[in-house]
Design a protein around this ligand. Structure first.
Ligand SMILES: [Zn+2]
Length: 416
């Protein structure tokens, strides 16, 4: 028996109640992401409809640059009635999709991440693709785009472990913004404001033409030889009533906005400055999650983790004193050792993730920081599948049937 054909004893098509995970925006037809799609879904959705829906929740643009997400196989026009969800596009999962006559397989891990020069059925990846194509089953990947999002992998993992008051360990970066401040003679303020707004400055959320103009002050200057002043005389000190205009702009608009301001400003040498704004790190999306649980001990919390996850041979490994109090918890679905330094400074009691190696884990624990709980990579990311199934059901109703794959694709098959 291969690892892929092993079956989890309890969790096949049905989803245990503990995994019916609530999250922001789930299942509400008022969700702005869903409404336009739902409007076009009278009857059975097409593959394109489902892909648009999934990409609305987990935008491909938020995936890491090295990642390969999106539609791997399938005709966007083909109808979709049955959707199978799995962590890995393993041959056993493809076989299950074909057997169940799924029209679409949605997976977390990409089938192809490196350069591909052939898809012969003599390789496991080629076999997966052949099996799916022969069964007329499309393949869609949502990987790092699904990790960070609301209703995504790390959130589902955190909620499955009972965490509340969630926020990201690493908030997703907000759009890079600049602030332009310019001093303008009072009577020229309106045209300068209009010019920079037309160039795109002052667009904040659902608002545009946003700016601030301060009460008038006095601007002073002395035009030198060679100057061609609009106000004042060469060689004489001039005083002008000026206002200060402040406006926020997307960083990539900086040259266009500054050029528009210079063109509209009446002065030969306007006084202005541009500063880069710091990211306030308020994003609700991002990498990993931090939250709180009812006060407990590390030993008892590890039992909660064990019960929350599908069973694997890997099991749950703990590094730390079992009697240590636990309240604040950090989690990251998938291989989370890249966040160890960050987690050490969060003031949490325990960090739950997967694939922790000897040296990073040992050094982390030696420093006396949070305890570590290491779970099977597959099991942690599996917690997202019931969430996605619920989202699809809420958005598409009875027009589709969803199923969480029964295949346990954790590679470890014995633990002695
Ligand atoms: Zn993963």
């Amino acid at each position: 028996m291969t690892s892929c054909s092993a079956r989890h004893p309890h969790r096949c098509a049905s989803v245990p109640d503990s995994h019916r995970v609530p999250f922001a925006g789930a299942g509400h037809s008022s969700n702005p992401v869903l409404s336009p799609v739902l409007g076009s879904l009278a009857g059975m959705p097409s593959l394109k409809d489902v892909v648009d829906l999934v990409h609305g929740w987990y935008p491909p643009a938020t995936a890491d640059s090295w990642d390969a997400v999106g539609l791997v196989a399938g005709d966007p026009e083909q109808p979709v009635k049955k959707i199978l969800l799995a962590v890995d596009p393993a041959p056993a999962v493809a076989a299950e999709a074909a057997e169940w006559k799924a029209d679409l397989l949605i997976v977390h891990h990409p089938l192809f991440l490196k350069g591909v020069h052939g898809v012969a059925a003599t390789t496991p990846k080629g076999r997966t693709l052949h099996t799916l194509l022969r069964a007329d089953c499309a393949l869609l990947t949502a990987h790092t785009n699904a990790d960070q999002a609301l209703g995504g992998v790390s959130e589902a993992f955190a909620v499955a472990l009972g965490l509340g008051e969630l926020r990201p360990i690493l908030p997703a970066p907000e759009e890079a913004l600049d602030k332009l401040t310019v001093f303008v003679p009072q009577d020229a303020a309106a045209p300068v404001r209009a010019a920079i707004a037309e160039a795109g400055a002052g667009r904040i959320g659902d608002y545009d033409f946003a700016s601030f103009t301060s009460a008038p002050g006095e601007g002073r200057f002395r035009p030198l030889d060679g100057a061609n002043p609009m106000i004042g005389t060469v060689g004489e000190l001039a005083t002008v009533d000026e206002v200060r205009i402040e406006v926020v702009l997307a960083r990539d608009l900086r040259p266009a906005v500054v050029r528009a301001m210079l063109a509209a400003h009446p002065y030969e040498e306007p006084a202005y400055d541009v500063v880069e704004l710091a990211d306030p790190a308020l994003a609700e999306t991002g990498t990993g999650r931090v939250g709180v649980v009812a006060p407990t001990t590390l030993g008892d919390f590890a039992e909660v983790v064990k019960r929350a996850l599908p069973e694997t041979h890997h099991g749950v490994r703990v590094a730390g004193d079992p009697d240590r109090p636990v309240k604040r918890v950090a989690v990251c679905g998938g291989a989370g050792d890249f966040l160890l330094d960050r987690v050490a400074g969060l003031g949490v009691d325990v960090y739950v993730t997967s694939d922790l190696r000897h040296h990073p884990a040992a050094e982390f624990v030696e420093k006396g920081g949070p305890a570590l709980v290491d779970v099977a990579h597959w099991a942690a990311e599996w917690t997202w599948l019931p969430v996605l199934a619920e989202r699809l059901r809420a958005a598409l109703g009875d027009s589709v049937e969803t199923r969480v794959s029964a295949a346990v694709t954790d590679p470890w098959t014995m633990h002695l």
